[in-house]
Design a protein around this ligand. Structure first.
Ligand code: ARG
Length: 462
């Protein structure tokens, strides 16, 4: 196929170079935005008298028809087209002849692609935000049912202090709220309209950039034409927000993998969200979460691709930047896939409350509370800490727990101990006593859940 830019050349491009150069296989997914952008552009050209108003209407209508034909599958992408921009323009000219050739007046593919990718990623960012909000709602729903489900809280993966399952889940809700904030931030800087930057130095035609901005629903226009065509910060910001989000999903996945192991057995995944082994009949594997953990590395790779691609580029557009799409689309597709599998997996898992509680009952998880008991009776914390340490050592040597250690053993070490120590170190007391904002007590967690739900609602109404 003869290139639109063939005029300057005396030979056709080598076939391999053609394939190497082509981006249609991955930028065709922006066809809707490409056409919307062209309709806005040509409408403005007509209104400003840069092209004939009738021509502008004819072109806009035909672009609409091309969109419908692609959408319905009637019009297939030509793999030989250089990119989506060339494909749509060539199709338009095929259909309208001379009139179609007027579309690209006062425009370059450089500002066109900058526009398309911003528009496309705006849609994608909204879709990712929606999924993250769904996940947060799911966490709030599960947490609501587990405000009194006691489990061990860990540091260094060693049992540390008792918490509740609801408290643990709501920690992830906090991370995800920050993810939403970062995604919204990225959206904000994406929402700037670059068309009119031309190839790099804008244009000599008296175009109305604000009009295009308004038609397309952008917040504002870009302020420098060189930056307008060469900025890909918004891709990098989105990829980094997604990377952090994936890191959170990956940590969560790691915990789920642990929790459904025989060693923990805190949860069971629904059969529809687990897989078996081809050789070991007893196996039920948490493949989804392992894949999410694995795919996190792949998304970090996408972020690295973008950062590295940009680091040496002189202003303004360089073809290197065509490589932005595969990386950012991969990051977007991956996180969407992960979220939409992760949410129903959580919704359908069953929680083994008894096992969680039994795990919390072992491991001297109430030792801090035992020390605090003495402090509340007047001892200095360091002394109370030392006495409790000795008690723990004693329990270990007697193969028992603080709950089961007889009171005379306590009193032998420190006569401040009384029978009320057993209540003070009971798991339920340990949890309900931590009724601090942000703490694990059922009341405090109820507050957290309310805060998160309200935050989601406020965001919705914005
Ligand atoms: N397919 C190109 C890209 O994705 C569009 C811009 C091409 N511009 C150019 N001057 N070759 O970046």
């Amino acid at each position: 196929m003869a290139k639109m830019w063939a005029g300057r050349f005396s030979k056709e491009v080598d076939e391999k170079v053609n394939d190497f150069n082509s981006s249609i296989s991955f930028d065709a997914r922006m066809y809707k935005q490409d056409i919307q952008g062209s309709i806005a552009h040509v409408t403005m050209l007509g209104e400003c008298g840069i092209i004939d108003l009738e021509d502008s209407k004819t072109i806009a209508n035909e672009l609409g028809a091309i969109f419908q034909d692609i959408h319905s599958g009637e019009l297939e992408f030509d793999p030989n087209a250089e990119d989506i921009h060339m494909f749509v323009e060539a199709e338009l000219t095929k259909r309208l002849g001379e009139t179609g050739k007027r579309l690209h007046t006062a425009r370059s593919r450089n500002d066109q692609v900058a526009l398309d990718i911003r528009m496309n990623l705006k849609v994608e960012t909204k879709a990712v935000i929606k999924l993250v909000k769904q996940l947060v709602t799911t966490l709030c729903d599960i947490a609501d049912n587990h405000k009194t489900t006691v489990m061990p809280g860990y540091t260094h993966l060693q049992r540390a202090q008792p918490i509740t399952f609801a408290h643990h889940l709501m920690a992830y809700a906090q991370m995800l709220l920050r993810d939403i904030g970062r995604l919204e931030d990225a959206y904000d800087r994406m929402d700037v309209m670059p068309l009119g930057s031309g190839a790099l130095a804008s244009t000599t035609y008296p175009i109305d950039r604000q009009r295009v901005c308004d038609i397309l629903g952008f917040k504002e226009i870009t302020q420098n034409s060189l930056d307008g065509v060469s900025d890909r910060d918004f891709c990098i910001e989105l990829a980094s927000a997604i990377s952090i989000l994936m890191m959170h999903l990956s940590r969560f996945s790691e915990e789920i993998i642990l929790w459904c192991s025989w060693e923990f057995k805190f949860i069971d995944l629904d059969d529809a969200y687990a897989t078996g082994s081809s050789i070991m009949p007893q196996k039920k594997n948490p493949d989804i979460t392992e894949l999410i953990r694995g795919k996190t590395g792949r998304v970090y790779g996408d972020l690295m691709t973008l950062l590295t691609m940009m680091k040496g580029l002189p202003l303004a557009y360089n073809k290197d930047m065509q490589e932005d799409k595969e990386a950012i689309f991969d990051a977007v597709d991956t996180v969407k896939l992960c979220l939409s599998t992760f949410i129903p997996m959580l919704e359908t898992m069953t929680v083994n409350k008894e096992n969680m509680r039994a795990a919390a009952a072992k491991g001297f998880i109430n030792a801090t509370d035992c020390a605090d008991y003495l402090v509340k009776k007047g001892l200095a914390f360091r002394d109370a800490y030392k006495i409790t340490g000795t008690l723990v050592a004693k329990c270990i040597s007697l193969n028992t727990t603080l709950e089961d250690l007889p009171i005379y053993e306590y009193r032998q070490l420190c006569d401040t101990f009384d029978n009320d120590v057993y209540k003070a170190i009971s798991l339920d007391t340990c949890v309900t006593q931590r009724n601090i904002d942000g703490g694990p007590a059922p009341e405090a967690v109820a507050k957290q859940i309310k805060y998160v739900r309200e935050k989601l609602k406020a965001d919705e109404n914005q």
